[in-house]
Ligand binder design. Structure first.
Ligand SMILES: Nc1nc2c(ncn2[C@@H]2O[C@H](COP(=O)(O)OP(=O)(O)OP(=O)(O)O)[C@@H](O)[C@H]2O)c(=O)[nH]1
Length: 220
């Protein structure tokens, strides 16, 4: 069962000309059990680390103002299914729903890194059929537990480079800033992907502007 939760919601605001500038972003957090998916989510929503989070799968709705634009994040904090080795354990529904993915592993848990590796492959295979590069941020969490590290930073960086993802190593327990960077980076990737999808409209826009400047009428 997925529980739907409304987090903080700033009043939606308007631009000078009265038009709304709200951007919607569906963010799916994936990764093995116990890697800190809920800790990351709760840190982003409340700035706090509360330690224990229970086993509830939730979708949070959270509004924020970033670079002068109102952003509505829908954040799906997923539960990793048990006994699921194949295809990264991502459902069709999740793949359809998400605009971008945060794939979390623990730097102290090599098996969780392997789960992320499979999840990247699965997303790349499925999403490449419908769109260009799907926004993915890979996160190595629990950086405060360096002394128990079993996955090096270089391995995380290499996986990200080879699969066209962004990569961060953070500690949800120790600081808010790293978590904020992860969500902001994903938002940038989502915006870039949407702009790329619009593609040719940009060219039409340039032609229209040039016609306006040089006073030529288009005949087509
Ligand atoms: N030391 C340390 N512990 C962390 C960190 N992030 C999360 N934890 C702990 O790791 C455990 C699991 O965190 P959760 O956020 O519940 O992990 P999850 O991935 O949502 O787990 P599931 O709900 O089982 O899928 C909890 O005891 C957290 O307190 C971190 O950055 N550092």
């Amino acid at each position: 069962m997925v529980v739907q939760v409304k987090s903080n919601s700033n009043n939606s605001s308007k631009t000078m000309d009265g038009s709304q500038q709200k951007v919607e972003a569906n963010v799916l957090l994936l990764g093995a059990e116990n890697v800190g998916k809920s800790a990351l989510t709760v840190r982003f929503l409340t700035r706090r680390f509360i330690g224990e989070y229970g086993n509830i799968e939730s979708i949070y709705s959270h509004s924020d103002r970033i670079d002068g634009r109102e952003i509505n994040f829908n954040i799906w904090d997923s539960l990793h299914p048990q006994n699921c080795e194949a295809d990264g354990c991502i459902s069709e529904k999740q793949l359809q729903w998400a605009d971008g993915f945060i794939l979390v592993y623990s730097i102290c848990d090599r098996a969780s890194f392997n789960v992320v590796r499979r999840q990247v492959q699965r997303i790349r295979q499925c999403k490449s059929k419908v769109s260009g590069s799907t926004p993915i941020v890979i996160v190595g969490n629990k950086r405060d537990l360096k002394h128990r590290r079993t996955v090096s930073s270089e391995e995380g960086t290499l996986l990200a480079l080879s699969s066209d993802c962004e990569f961060f190593e953070i500690s949800a327990a120790e600081n808010y800033h790293g978590v904020l960077l992860v969500f902001h980076e994903l938002l940038d990737l989502i915006r870039e992907a949407r702009a790329l999808k619009k593609g040719p409209a940009g060219f039409k826009g340039i032609v229209r502007s040039m016609s306006a400047v040089f006073g030529r009428r288009r005949t087509d």
